[in-house]
Structure formats: structure tokens, C-alpha cells
Design a protein around this ligand. Structure first.
Ligand code: CS2
Length: 493
């Protein structure tokens, strides 16, 4: 019979299974130095863990208050657990668990807005960090500028003290902050030049309603670029049960993720900062090569796995990688088409990096859903695939596998069905507009032209006719024969 475990909280911590690492510091002596917006599994398995390591090394300035902007449940779960949760790193038969203590609070912004704004304004807080996903920034993906027509943005410009968007909440907190309290804003989402991008968006936003604040932000706040990497699937009943059996306590916020973790942070801070390098992060003057390598090779390949995997009925990344035709296709996308567009950072062996990625994708214990990665493609594809395709067409180079992946995404959006005719769940606020353009055209070439005319996604510069024809050819093949038509290697001269 399954054992009934007591719930994880500070009074049961000592009952955790022997050998599970516990916070090795007095949590009562920790002060709040970081406010994090977007308290999802990724933050809790990544930045919060680096910070937990620092607290254990004795620098108690850096406790985290986390803010949920869209979902309430996890804030309640974490509060009931005294903000404690476990992270289990798993690969095949090996697993290692630890209970993390760096979180000091979890607020659901719509219910606790004054506390959220006070936390951002607190002069002891020197870092505001973010993981709000690509769509959390109200960014027009192709231009990387603010989508000023967005209803949430318009609302927050009109009602700056009752903000709903990430930018609105940030601005309202900063407006309350003493001018002489230095702050660094650390964006940790998968966007190009994520720090520079957030800075530009926040300035564009504040210029609409509060130009004095915009000036203050421009003059005094640093926005380092960062590259973050760790595969952290959303939890499932099975992953929670797995974690619970390991730690010997019920943990409704438990995370099961891969052992790999990487964080590269640009050395650009205003004011004090956690020495995250002492916990394994790399603090360096130029993040760009790391970012391009990771966004294109990892995330770009992930998106190919997601769309082709969804079409082929493969629910998880490891299922997709167990499909030989699909695995070979993904390897071509990564190593033949994306890799040549990337300059890897000094000291990296690009082929070894790719081999390691393919191995990480095969991790059978993660159950990373292809549906989860397929979400928000209209935000992700412009970061992960389109820059490589743009650069390639400009140089007159074809990218056979990546071009097929792009056609597969369009087919996924237009048909909403797998090869076997099963309906697919598409979760992407931008998908309807693109899907209806694609469906309205009768011929593949018109469908692709109509899709590319959505310049917010595909950019304002026209794509060459030969490229459009190739994508249309693949789209026709997909419509007639499904993904099998695309997965055989293109013959190279
Ligand atoms: C994934 C990423 O969901 C997705 O779009 O590609 O979350 C990916 O797992 C992480 O960026 C890995 O660092």
C-alpha cells in the first residue's frame, strides 16, 4: 500500500529521507534581496537553486520573494509549505534530490499588488529577475519592439497604479523606489539579447506615460544579458509521486528536471549582486555567443521536435527521439542547418555540444511534453529559426531540414491535426491569426505568402520567391502525405 507522507514544511523538514540535501543555513537569518517575477518551475529549478547555494555559503542577503503574475495555485501551495520545495535531478537510473530554502515569499500579483510593488520598491532589494516566458513581455516578436496596441499595455498606460502586465508591474514598482537605491534587472527568458530587449521595452512602455521614470531607468538601472539553460518539464502526477517517494514528504511543488544546468550572465550590474559565479554561473563580458548557441541549437531543435513530434503523435521529447526518422531529422536540423549559422564561444567543441544536446533530449525519465514546447510558437519561432533562415537566404544558402521544419509548423497551425487525424491542442495567442490566413488560401503558395505577410512574426523584409516556393512545396507534401514526406534526407549535390 502506498505510504501516506506528511506535507513538507519547516516543521517536517527534519523528517525528509536521510541523504536528501536540506537548506544548510538558518532561514530566519536570510533577508530579501531579490524579487523574482514569474515563479514557475524553471526559476525554482534554476536561479533559485544557484541562490540557495550562495545562502549556504553564508551570504544571507539574497533571499527571494517570488511573484506569480498569472496563476494563483502555486503561490498558495508554496505558502502552505513555508516556501520550501524539492528539486530532483534525474537521468535514467540516477537521481539526486535537494530541498531548496531560498524562497521567502510567493505573491499572486492580482491579489497582492501593493505587496508586490512594495517589494520591488524596497531599497534592500538589489535584483529584480524575470522568467515570464516570451509572451510575458508584450513584445512584437519580429521587431523586438513593444506591442503598444496590446490591450493590457493600453490599460497599464491609462491606469499605472493598477497594472496587469509584467512591464506595468515593473514600472509601478520602480516609480515607488527611492531614486538612490541601485537596482539591476536580470531577464532570464529565452530571447535574443534578453537584457537589452527588456530595457528597450520598459523604456518604450514608460515613455508612453511617465517620461521622467523612463529617464531614471535609462540612467540608473543595469539590464545584463543572460543565457539560462536547464530542461525543466511541467510537473505531472507521476513526477510528483516520484519526488514524494524519494524525499519521504508530500511536496506539491516538487520539480523533477535534468542534471544539466548552465547560467551565463553579463557582468553589468548597478549596485550589489549575488556572487552567482560561486554557485557555478559564468559571469562574463559577452553573453551573445552563448545565447546564440543555446537559442538556436537547443531551443531551435526543441521546436522542431515539438512540431514534427506533435504531428507524428509523439507526446514527449524522448518518445520523439525514439522515432528514428524524426531523430535523424532533428539531428540534421541541428547539425547541418543551425550549427553553421552559429559561432560557438571560445573553448567550445560545437560537435560535442550538439552530441550532448541530443543525449539530453533522449533522457527517458523527464516526460517533457512536446505540447509544452510547441506552445507560443509565434513568439518562439522568430527567435529560434527565423534569424538563421534570414541570414541563410541572404547568403543564398538553402537549409533543407530547417525549411521543412518551418513548413511543418505552418502545417501544424493550419491543420490542427496529427498525421493520424487526431486533433491537436494549440496554445499560442498568435496562432489563430496565422492559422486562419493559412486556411483561407487554397493553394500552398498562397497560403505561405499569406502567412509571411504576418510581418509581426515573419518580419517586414520580403522573403525571396524561391524560398517561398520551397516552403510551399513542403507544405503541399505535408498536406498530401503527412510528415513522412519530409523526413527523408534531401539529396545534396
Ligand atoms: C523549451 C525550453 O519549452 C520550450 O520552449 O525549448 O523551455 C527549454 O527546455 C529550455 O530553454 C532549456 O534550457
Amino acid at each position: 500500500m502506498e505510504k501516506i507522507h506528511s506535507a513538507l514544511n519547516r516543521s517536517t523538514l527534519a523528517d525528509a529521507t536521510a541523504g536528501i540535501a536540506l537548506p544548510a543555513y538558518d532561514r530566519d537569518s536570510v533577508r530579501t534581496g531579490i524579487v523574482h517575477l514569474g515563479l514557475g518551475a524553471f526559476h525554482r529549478a534554476h536561479q533559485a537553486l544557484y541562490t540557495d547555494t550562495l545562502l549556504a555559503r553564508g551570504d544571507t542577503r539574497w533571499g527571494i520573494v517570488g511573484v506569480h503574475l498569472r496563476e494563483r495555485r502555486m503561490a498558495d501551495v508554496l505558502a502552505a509549505q513555508d516556501y520550501l520545495y524539492s528539486v530532483t535531478e534525474r537521468d535514467g537510473g540516477t537521481a539526486r534530490s535537494r530541498i531548496v530554502g531560498s524562497l521567502r515569499g510567493a505573491l499572486y500579483a492580482p491579489d497582492a499588488l501593493p505587496r508586490v510593488l512594495d517589494a520591488i520598491a524596497d531599497p534592500h532589494v538589489a535584483i529584480v529577475s524575470l522568467t515570464v516566458t516570451e509572451k510575458g513581455y508584450n513584445l512584437a516578436p519580429a521587431s523586438a519592439d513593444l506591442d503598444a496596441d496590446d490591450a493590457g499595455i493600453r490599460h497599464d498606460v491609462a491606469e499605472p497604479d493598477a497594472p496587469r502586465t509584467t512591464l506595468g508591474v515593473l514600472a509601478a514598482g520602480l516609480r515607488r523606489r527611492p531614486a538612490n537605491a541601485p537596482l539591476t534587472i536580470v531577464c532570464c527568458d529565452n530571447m535574443m539579447a534578453n537584457g537589452d530587449t527588456l530595457r528597450r521595452l520598459l523604456l518604450q512602455f514608460t515613455e508612453l506615460g511617465d517620461p521622467a521614470l523612463a529617464r531614471r531607468i535609462a540612467e540608473s538601472i543595469a539590464f545584463p544579458n543572460t543565457m539560462v539553460d536547464r530542461i525543466v518539464p511541467a510537473s505531472t502526477a507521476a513526477s510528483l509521486a516520484d519526488a514524494q517517494a524519494r524525499i519521504g514528504l508530500r511536496d506539491d511543488a516538487a520539480i523533477v528536471c535534468e542534471p544539466f544546468t548552465q547560467w551565463v550572465i553579463e557582468d553589468r550590474f548597478s549596485g550589489p549582486r549575488p556572487a552567482w559565479e560561486d554557485a557555478g554561473a559564468l559571469v562574463t563580458h559577452d553573453v551573445h555567443p552563448y545565447e546564440a548557441m543555446k537559442l538556436r541549437l537547443l531551443n531551435g531543435s526543441h521546436s522542431a521536435i515539438a512540431y514534427v513530434g506533435q504531428l507524428r503523435g509523439r507526446a514527449t521529447v524522448s518518445d520523439a527521439m525514439a522515432d528514428p526518422a524524426l531523430a535523424a531529422f532533428v539531428e540534421r536540423v541541428m547539425t547541418e542547418d543551425l550549427l553553421p549559422t552559429v559561432t560557438v564561444p571560445a573553448g567550445y567543441d560545437a560537435h560535442a555540444y550538439c552530441r550532448a544536446l541530443l543525449e539530453r533530449f533522449r533522457n527517458p525519465t523527464l516526460a517533457h511534453q512536446t505540447r509544452q514546447i510547441a506552445m507560443d510558437g509565434t513568439q518562439k519561432v522568430p527567435v529560434r529559426w527565423l534569424p538563421a533562415l534570414r541570414e541563410s537566404v541572404a547568403a543564398g544558402i538553402e537549409r533543407p531540414a530547417l525549411e521543412r521544419a518551418l513548413a511543418a509548423w505552418l502545417h501544424y497551425l493550419a491543420s490542427g491535426r496529427s498525421d493520424a487525424g487526431e486533433p491537436l491542442t494549440i496554445s499560442d495567442p498568435g496562432a489563430d491569426a496565422l492559422g486562419s490566413r493559412l486556411r483561407a488560401a487554397s493553394h500552398a503558395i498562397e497560403a505561405v505568402q499569406a502567412a509571411f505577410a504576418q510581418t509581426g512574426v515573419f518580419g517586414a523584409t520580403p522573403w525571396p520567391a524561391a524560398f517561398v516556393e520551397r516552403i510551399a512545396g513542403h507544405l503541399s507534401a505535408l498536406r498530401e502525405h503527412g510528415t513522412a514526406a519530409l523526413l527523408t534526407p534531401a539529396r545534396r549535390a
